[in-house]
Design a protein around this ligand. Structure first.
Ligand code: NDP
Length: 452
């Protein structure tokens, strides 16, 4: 048995950041990880997804270049195998970088699945490790709804290792993952259908953005099926047209060679033996924590949790910010450190893309905040020159009493890149006058935010 100041379970975005920062503060740190370092973000999430997204949008770019003087340019054949191999090489490179970052910081890495023995002890491969503090940073996992035949569908983790590129795909759900992968499959040439229960995709967005998103997605060639509730899946093994069949509650049967559940994620805690530390998850599976990220547990155990395990936005930058604050509070004597959850910017790498920060119109109404809303829609120069009718859309939401901008939204090209800067302005307390008084960069889509 060895003793540590901090044991971190989980080598993803939050766990790696916490381990490195704690070690930099002089703590003796052990990090346990059962799979590749980097967690969901690096291995089966943000990073490989963005590479696939780039591949998918390259096709759109190339199909527009005739107007730019390349009349004979063709996209040519797409090789899924090449994309997959190059993606795997890149991810392996990042796995090594993560390992080096940890080792160079003095963190001891143990490969294997960790379980809690009690509030200070974990077990990995029958060896016990003792820590003054234990941080749970095990992230989340995709949910497979309990429907008959559900095992016939893929989950998002599987999409990063498909042996064969599908000709026909059905995505179930209309959240982040469904929209992003629908855009990827469609962009790379698959016949793609999006089945979702609601009337509009991406619950939680303001309705005007949802409507424009649905119009924009449909314009890319994806078939939208709102009001579709899945009931069961079956396998049709009659050659030559073997397929997976999705039965909807209204009696419709759709078939495809790949059906994907993109129906949410849950904290990955089932193998942890939380009860050994007196921890009981909340109703939605997340762990309740205080401002130090210490779990509420019956044993008063020094066990902490962050990232996708707790009830904050399940986003990599949120997890890394939480890790910073966790370490500053525990090892840096900085009891004032906090994460600002009010204006967390986020982007959906759908096509068209969406990015938002701060409060939405409907959330402002729910909270009784009197707001002023300014919007603008416009045709971005790059695609309209090539004959595309696609429109970008931006929205600024300000509090009427203070004129402070408290929310911003964008649909269209470069939304994610533009929104990061807007998020800084909002965090700094910029008013509508500050936005209007800022000189634009011309000609860009971003300047629309200062010329409203
Ligand atoms: P989301 O919560 O975003 O969306 C889940 C979707 O599944 C919703 O459309 C929901 O529909 C639907 N759904 C849920 N249960 C069922 C069911 N039983 N049958 C049919 N449909 C169902 O989850 P994701 O899995 O897409 O993403 C999980 C999280 O991961 C996100 O919330 C985000 O925090 C993070 N993420 C972030 C990304 C980014 O930053 N770009 C990218 C990918 C993930 P309904 O509205 O009807 O409930």
């Amino acid at each position: 048995m060895k003793d540590y100041d901090l044991i971190v379970i989980g080598g993803g975005s939050g766990g790696v950041r916490a381990a490195r920062r704690a070690a930099a503060c002089g703590a003796r740190v052990l990090l346990a990880e059962g799979a590749d370092l980097g967690g969901t973000c690096v291995n089966v999430g943000c990073v490989p997804k963005k590479l696939f997204y780039y591949a998918a949008t390259l096709g759109t770019t190339l199909s527009n270049i005739g107007a730019y003087g390349y009349p004979n340019a063709t996209v040519g054949d797409f090789s899924w195998q090449t994309l997959l191999e190059n993606k795997n090489t890149e991810i392996q490179r990042l796995n090594v970088i993560y390992q080096n970052l940890l080792q160079n910081s003095g963190v001891e890495i143990v490969k294997g699945m960790a379980t809690l023995k009690d509030g200070n002890t974990i077990t990995i491969n029958n060896t016990e490790y003792c820590g003054a503090h234990i941080l749970l940073a095990c992230g989340g996992e995709p949910i497979r709804p309990p429907l008959p035949g559900a095992e016939l569908a893929a989950l998002s983790d599987d999409l990063f290792y498909l042996k064969k590129f599908p000709k026909k795909v059905i995505m179930i759900g209309a959240g982040y993952i469904a929209l992003e992968f629908a855009g990827i499959f469609n962009g790379l040439g698959a016949d793609t259908t999006l089945c979702y229960r609601a009337d509009l995709p991406m619950r939680g967005l303001d309705i005007d953005l949802q409507q424009r998103l649905a119009t924009g997605i449909a314009a890319t060639g994806i078939t939208l099926r709102p009001g579709s509730t899945p009931q069961q899946l079956t396998q049709n093994d009659t050659p030559p047209n073997t397929s997976t069949e999705l039965h909807l509650q209204d009696g419709t049967v759709l078939s495809a060679d790949l059906v994907v559940f993109a129906t949410g994620r849950r904290p990955r805690t089932s193998a942890l033996n939380l009860a050994a530390a007196g921890i009981t998850p909340t109703k939605n599976g997340t762990l309740a924590v205080d401002e130090n990220y210490r779990t509420s547990n019956a044993n008063n155990a020094p066990v902490y949790a962050l990232g996708d395990l707790i009830n904050t936005p399940a986003l990599t930058p949120v997890a890394t910010n939480e890790a910073e604050v966790f370490v500053r509070r525990l090892f840096g004597n900085d009891t004032q450190a906090t994460v600002d959850y009010k204006a967390v910017p986020t982007a959906i790498f759908s096509q068209p893309g969406i990015a938002t920060t701060g409060i939405s119109e409907h959330a402002a109404a729910e909270q009784g905040i009197d707001i002023e809303v300014q919007t603008s829609s416009f045709k971005p120069m790059k695609s309209s020159f090539a004959g595309s009718s696609s429109e970008s859309y931006i929205k600024l939401i300000s509090a009427r009493d203070s004129n402070k901008v408290i929310g911003a939204q964008m649909l269209g090209d470069d939304a994610a890149e533009i929104m990061q800067g807007i998020a800084v302005a909002i965090k700094a307390g910029a008013t509508t006058a500050d936005f209007h008084g800022t000189v634009g960069i011309h000609p860009t889509s971003a300047e629309e935010f200062v010329t409203l």
